[in-house]
Write a new protein. Structure first.
Length: 144
């Protein structure tokens, strides 16, 4: 307790982080993983935690930070292979403009990730403006 009295934060009872198992960083060891004392859930941030942080950031006047938290929350639903493939396509000269647009639509629709879809569309625009895209198949053919 502080000098002001007990904390009266309305989020304290609904803070889902309080429902997660508490693990000391010193307990996060390869040995504990081998012994089965740690699971992936112990080391993975939860979607609800990120969404709660987004709401708090928005309420505190940090809309860009809130958007980043929402996008991170969306990414928790993507399988690792999809996430890594998307990352690879976002690297310079790895995907065409239309491949990135297709990727943005697929991720937004299939994984209910509108913030991430928007981010990929914005990246496609930026890459197009800076000339960092792989040429489209029809652009590769020289008709002269």
């Amino acid at each position: 307790m502080s000098a002001k009295g007990p904390r009266t934060d309305p989020d304290i009872d609904t803070d889902i982080r309080r429902n997660q198992r508490l693990i000391s960083t010193s307990d996060i060891t390869l040995e504990n993983v081998r012994l089965g004392k740690l699971s992936a859930d112990d080391l993975t941030i939860q979607r609800d935690t990120l969404l709660q942080q987004a709401r708090r950031a928005e309420a505190e006047g940090y809309p860009q930070l809130a958007r980043n938290f929402r996008r991170a929350a969306e990414l928790t639903a993507l399988p690792n292979d999809v996430l890594l493939a998307a990352y690879e396509k976002l690297r310079p000269y790895r995907a065409s403009y239309f491949e990135l647009l297709s990727l943005s639509q697929e991720i937004a629709a299939r994984y209910d990730a509108p913030e991430t879809g928007s981010y990929i569309r914005e990246a496609a625009e930026a890459c197009r403006d800076k000339g960092l895209l792989k040429p489209d198949d029809e652009q590769e053919v020289d008709m002269t």
